[in-house]
Design a protein around this ligand. Structure first.
Ligand code: SF4
Ligand code: SF4
Length: 240
């Protein structure tokens, strides 16, 4: 992927951009793929295809392990080895548009969340990523970052992605170095393969977990349950 120019801007600062089927670069950004999936992206996509999380992960994704952190990371498996085209792109655009991943929704905006070490206060900063191949910046439509995010339906994605960032930062704080064995498997199940919680009701290496029917019947709630479980798991290492 080519490198781009990063321009910082505030949530209410306007910028010119449009992406629709008439732009000359239509579908250009759906090749040369290096597309990470967040836990909530996986929930939306596996439900789009009416697949279990295990089947979706097996069919469409590749698992990587971060060498420093030992954390599992999931990417979309490209449809081919050379152009690395997204398996979901069609000549008329994205076939999973209603459930496309958060990074596809967010582009060209970059959202960076940080927390103060002193008081844990959250700070969110925004920037535009201007890549040379993207002709969306030549369009006349003007809008703010806030309007862009609302139009892209990013609110549920941002909430879940922020929870994921909290979990990763707790892991790095309380369990520095690579996560291994059962802990790594626990992370994978709670964040990515959540339907396994419905099937067996247990997590590898840990005691049986009780999950109410209400939570089991709502995938977003089940994911939130899994990620909060993981958050408490890492917090429990604070005093060890
Ligand atoms: S999910 Fe859709 S928008 Fe995202 S890279 Fe694939 S085809 Fe393009
Ligand atoms: S305008 Fe940019 S985001 Fe839209 S299709 Fe072209 S390259 Fe992709």
């Amino acid at each position: 992927m080519e490198s781009g120019k990063i321009i910082e801007l505030s949530e209410d600062e306007p910028f010119c951009f449009d992406c629709q089927s008439l732009v000359p670069c239509f579908n250009e950004c759906c090749r040369d793929l290096n597309q990470f999936l967040t836990p909530y992206d996986i929930v939306r996509l596996k439900n789009h295809f009416k697949l279990s999380s295990s089947d979706f992960l097996k069919r469409y994704t590749t698992e990587h392990i971060g060498p420093q952190t030992g954390l599992p990371v999931i990417t979309i498996t490209p449809a081919d080895r050379f152009e690395r085209i997204c398996p979901f792109v069609t000549p008329s655009g994205c076939s999973v548009y209603k459930n496309r991943p958060s990074s596809c929704r967010m582009y060209p905006v970059v959202r960076v969340l940080s927390r103060s070490r002193e008081d844990g206060k959250k700070e969110i900063r925004y920037a535009l990523l201007k890549e040379n191949h993207c002709r969306g910046f030549e369009q006349k439509r003007q809008l703010t970052v806030r309007e862009w995010m609302a139009g892209q339906g990013l609110s549920p994605y941002n909430g879940m992605n922020d929870l994921m960032m909290d979990i990763i930062s707790l892991k790095n704080q309380y369990i520095p170095g690579p996560l291994k064995g059962d802990a790594q498997q626990l992370f994978y199940t709670m964040c990515y393969d959540i339907d396994r919680l419905k099937e067996v009701g247990t997590v590898p290496g840990l005691e049986k977990i009780e999950i109410s029917d209400e939570v089991q019947n709502d995938d977003a709630e089940l994911l939130r349950f899994g990620m909060n479980y993981l958050k408490n798991y890492f917090l429990a290492h604070q005093s060890i």
